[in-house]
Design a binder for this molecule. Structure first.
Ligand code: PLP
Length: 436
């Protein structure tokens, strides 16, 4: 039995200090009815709690840790950067270095603005879309999560789905009114909305590979349909690749599916574990952003030198790492992920447990469902009680997964074949517990 005594005491104290004891809801483990391990440190593929338990980590800080925790190159770059001061609030060359590298991988981004969180990136991209088009409405998809800005907290996934809050108190009716939500992967629904109000729509924002209702992939042709409809009605297409960027493929979902959005939001990996996100895209649209244009957006710590350093070091590793002899870092991750999922599928089948396994590059997840999961409704219909049993059985065996079926799991370059074998062996026991 996992000993979480110190974590339980730390959680009790934290609950007196912070809402639910946490600074971001899903960390509380509320949806799986147990206390969260409090983390002491993390290294490579492993994360360690304050009770001394070691786990193989497939959460990776919810995505950013693509090269593993405390990668020596990232740590060294950060140590050097810290000695030169932690923030200047003035332009630096490293901002341009990171911008250039991101734009090499994402050719649709012709101009970029760095911000501090995915929430800021999507919120700013929407303001820009409204400023550029002079229109007010936006369209989002049910179960897609784009951070916690007011306009986007309507039918959102992630923690909103985990806690069953359809739209948060505090979001005004006026704000929600301008947000139209449509089922994901439903061509008819989006076509109908665009036919009715397309000429008032500033932007359609989508997670092109959806990771916040569990991992749900776009149907063949779906993203192309969104591209065609937005073009037809003069609305912008915003790809929120905060999660799937650098993961669905190195160039994100836009490279994997061959669709060019007008604007892209990035986050997580772009900061290598420090708070960075970005939005960018067509030059003529980005030219409207302050100070070159009238759409205001700013940040005291935007482009922070430590954060830029961690992001740059991480992207340098995944775009080229000759000493590992890997021609393509993200291909390696994809292959490892495939191996893990095949193992899980085999063990589930042997235990007589129906699952749907989804993968997009180094993102992966399973649903306890007989039928495939194509949208938020399907995801809600998957068996969450089974998920809870599975999650706890995996944690007991030292496998650290996201504590909600509405989240996605992530492979890193630090995960080894041995990790994967251990994780498959643990899954065998966990599926047996689900079947029992
Ligand atoms: N967009 C997507 C697709 C996300 O997955 C997230 C967070 O998980 C966000 C936006 C919000 O990013 P942040 O938590 O950095 O504000």
């Amino acid at each position: 039995m996992l000993n979480l005594e110190k974590s339980a005491a730390a959680f009790a104290e934290a609950k007196e200090l912070m809402p639910g004891g946490v600074n971001s809801p899903v960390r509380s483990y509320k949806s799986v009815d147990c206390n969260p391990p409090f983390i002491d440190h993390a290294l490579g593929d492993k994360i360690y709690d304050i009770d001394g338990n070691e786990y193989i980590d497939y959460v990776g800080s919810w995505g950013p840790m693509v090269v593993g925790h405390a990668h020596p190159k990232v740590v060294k770059a950060l140590q050097e950067a810290a000695t030169r001061g932690t923030s200047y609030g003035a332009p630096t060359c490293i901002e341009s270095d990171l911008a250039k590298l991101v734009m090499e991988v994402y050719p649709s981004i012709e101009t970029i603005r760095m911000v501090n969180s995915g929430t800021e990136a999507t919120m700013s991209a929407l303001r820009l879309a409204r400023g550029y088009t002079g229109r007010e409405k936006i369209v989002k998809f049910i179960g897609c999560y784009h951070g916690h800005s007011d306009s986007l907290l309507v039918n959102a996934g992630s923690g909103m789905a985990t806690f069953g809050v359809p739209s948060s108190p505090g979001v005004t009716k006026g704000t929600a009114q301008d947000t139209i939500s449509v089922p994901y992967n439903d061509e008819e629904a989006i076509t109908k909305v665009m036919e009715e109000v397309g000429d008032e729509v500033a932007a359609v924002i989508v997670e092109p590979v959806a990771g916040n209702m569990g991992l749900v992939l776009p149907k063949q042709g779906y993203l192309k349909k969104l591209r065609d409809l937005t073009e037809k009605h003069g609305a912008l297409l915003i790809f929120d690749e905060v999660m799937c960027g650098f993961r669905a493929s190195l160039g994100g979902a836009q490279a994997a599916y061959g669709i060019t959005p007008d604007l892209t939001c990035l986050g997580k990996i772009i900061g290598g574990g420090l708070p960075v996100a970005a939005y960018g895209g067509r030059k003529d649209i980005m030219a409207k952003v302050s100070p070159s244009g009238p759409v205001y957006q700013a940040g005291t710590l935007s482009g922070n030198p430590l954060a830029m350093t961690a992001g740059l070091a991480t992207l340098q590793i995944i775009t080229a790492e000759p000493e590992y002899g890997k021609a393509d870092y993200s291909r390696e991750l994809t292959l490892k992920t495939k191996k893990l999922l095949l193992g899980w599928q085999e063990k589930a089948k042997a235990a007589g447990v129906a699952i749907q396994a989804h993968q997009a590059g180094s993102m992966f997840g399973i649903f306890f469902s007989e039928k495939d999961v194509l949208n938020y409704e399907d995801s809600c219909n998957a068996d969450q009680e089974k998920f809870k049993v599975w999650f706890k059985a995996m944690l007991e065996q030292g496998i650290y997964l996201a504590p909600s079926q509405f989240e996605t799991l992530f492979m890193s370059g630090a995960h080894t074949d041995e990790d994967i074998d251990r994780t498959i062996a643990a899954a065998e026991k966990a599926f047996a517990a689900v079947a029992a």
